[in-house]
Design a protein around this ligand. Sequence first.
Ligand code: ATP
Ligand code: MG
Length: 464
Amino acid sequence: MESKPNILMQRYELGRLLGQGTFGKVYYGRSAITNQSVAIKMIDKDKIMRTGQVEQIRREISVMRLTRHPNIIQLFEVMANKSKIYFVMEYAKGGELFNKVAKGKLKEDVAHKYFKQLINAVDYCHSRGVFHRDIKPENILLDENGNLKVSDFGLSALVESKRQDGLLHTPCGTPAYVAPEVIKRKGYDGTKADIWSCGIVLFVLLAGYLPFHDPNLIEMYRKISKAELKCPNWFPPDVCKLLGMMLDPNPDTRIPISIIREHCWFKKEPNVKNKRPVVENNTVSSSGTVLPDQTDCCDGLAAEANGESVAPLSINAFDIISRSPGFDLSRFFDDSFRIKEARFSSRLPANVIISKLEDIAKQLRMKIKKKAAGLLKLEGLEEGRKGVLTIDAEIFEVTPCFHLVEVKKSNGDTLEYQKILKEDIRPALQDIVWVWQSDQQLQSQPSEQELQQTDDQQQQQSQS
Ligand code: ATP
Ligand code: MG
């Protein structure tokens, strides 16, 4: 007799147990709407409550909702009921990478490919202020194409609480991948701690065993703290040098990711016979960064703009419809496109809108780079991680006293742009905006409402 499928929140059909961690279980799931396979991590709310780190979890989850990287398990959504929080994530069909290592050490080229993917993933999150702090075999998964996927990024607050609880010392949390400064419970830098763990991963991939290991936990701690590295004779000399710098017990002198990327072994090309495209389903640049962050959607109307006139472009009814939320085609693309632009209508003349934008540029210490037909380019003065932040504001005339303005990032870092848009530009535009047409899109972004229940509950607890 077939049992009734277990449906979570009328959205996901629950399948088999994929594994169990400290905070809860991970199940296979399938979207009842799209049929897409997912992994659902269920965490008891009280376990998070006890950590008192809801704010940090919320912040990091918000960031993770915005991130897209081919080597990071994507967080699709976060749901909650009275007792549990559900993280709906991309499902990694290939399981844990280390199941491969369990069958024997990997060939240099294979290890090299995984190591590069790991460093790309870690670097990407670090650039967004998110540290992993728990890089270990259970969190390094493979997709069906054999590409590496790091999981649990964004849950580092949980890791922290695990450490405070001393759970690190239980069989749930092996310290084998943990940096010496973390074990010593000194204040530590999440970036450096992650680099250490990546070093341990590289060693294990190539050796098939741990660099610092002992059945006695105290002895293992001692070995980690001393970090006396012995590379087996089959390790290429360049790898030994790189590992020596990554497994430096002093976090201050430990090699940063920027230098790892420059290291000759990291940069080496794989042998042609093993060379396969790194990612099949995602667009990745040669440096491993995801393209949507760098590419600009070219707007045909903007391309028409030339000359020095600041007069807005006039648009027709079709343009208005296609720019209104209900007909927003960008919804059919991924989030990284959606979050790039914001639109509002204004019942003020163009010159008022332009002078407002100029004021804002001044306040933000940005210069107005270019004024073309209806287009203002606001350019930052300093170089960010992805170049100078440049924001385009394009004004379309519907009638002389009714305009549509589109604000979007044309260069620089998406997160930096979003922060400025939310915290500075939107509030500053308040008195000239009639209606924000992209409100709906902005609200659907990070998890502002997510974990709301968690917060409410916490508040109630602190009041009682
Ligand atoms: P911790 O509680 O310290 O985070 P953990 O990482 O082992 O420990 P979970 O993250 O809860 O615990 O994961 C449990 C197991 O579920 C993992 O060992 C992994 O094999 C499996 N798993 C987790 N996420 C996925 C996923 N997205 N796709 C496939 N399997 C997964
Ligand atoms: Mg995990």
